[in-house]
Design a protein around this ligand. Sequence first.
Ligand code: GTP
Ligand code: MG
Length: 279
Amino acid sequence: MTRCGTVVLAGRPNVGKSTLLNALVGEHLAIVSPKPQSTRLPVVGLLTKDDTQYIFTDSPGLLEPEYKLHEAMRAAALRAIDDAEVIAYLHPLSEYPAPPLASLAGLARAPRAPVVMVYTKADLAPAHPETLAVSGTTGAGLDTMLAALRDRLPEGPFHYDPDELATQPMRFFAAEFVREAAFEQLHEELPYSVACEIDEFREGAEPVYIRAVLYVERDSQKGIVIGEGGRTIKALGAAARAKIEALLGQRVFLDLHVKVLPKWRRDEPSLKRLGYATS
Ligand SMILES: Nc1nc2c(ncn2[C@@H]2O[C@H](COP(=O)(O)OP(=O)(O)OP(=O)(O)O)[C@@H](O)[C@H]2O)c(=O)[nH]1
Ligand SMILES: [Mg+2]
């Protein structure tokens, strides 16, 4: 009998959830950044290995909301935890031991699904006996983690073709990779004011034509994102295009524009339009 089920990767911001999703799936699906709070929406990655299909969900980091976007991120993370059949609770090994997930997440009671404690960034800290520790960077511990998860997954048929890696549309990843490039190329708080919307995605064309709008919150930010003579937006677009091409496996023309959507992080209709639903 095969096994198949959903596993959420949950934990504080910056503990390495997205890096681990990518390492498990073997593809760069989820955006990664040294800056915390880079993931805003869950990203699903599939791994089919032997008799087991793992449906992983990378979730936004659990945090204390300071504005509406944070509330949407927290709601999305809690929903992903609620929906999962197994919860992989991630915490850096250097900060052993982890607080209980329920207290970290501010849950009224322990979550319904079984929790597997996974210590991350094992390459940065000395080993602890009896702990499951992994490194998304080196790949250490991944097989042990998969075996522990497998034991807790329900028996049942696969939900997806074993060759599939992702479930979300390419335009979702395109918008995410523009954001990842923004996290890499823009400084300090600016990446947090960046959102991306894909206006057009013409797949029949060669190269694939993608028209994207990068939103910031203020006019002054727009100037910085564009840069002197358009230098910054050009570099950002080139980096984003390379990421999209790598996943799509096709050449891409990325038509990237910068616009201001005033205070979108605190504005419910703007959040909704950008796909960050709060409820
Ligand atoms: N050395 C080392 N660094 C890691 C490892 N996993 C993640 N990192 C780094 O830690 C930082 C955060 O990684 P992410 O994968 O973006 O963390 P996250 O938990 O998804 O963060 P949010 O989405 O912001 O909540 C990045 O700079 C990663 O390169 C690891 O196993 N070893
Ligand atoms: Mg992340």
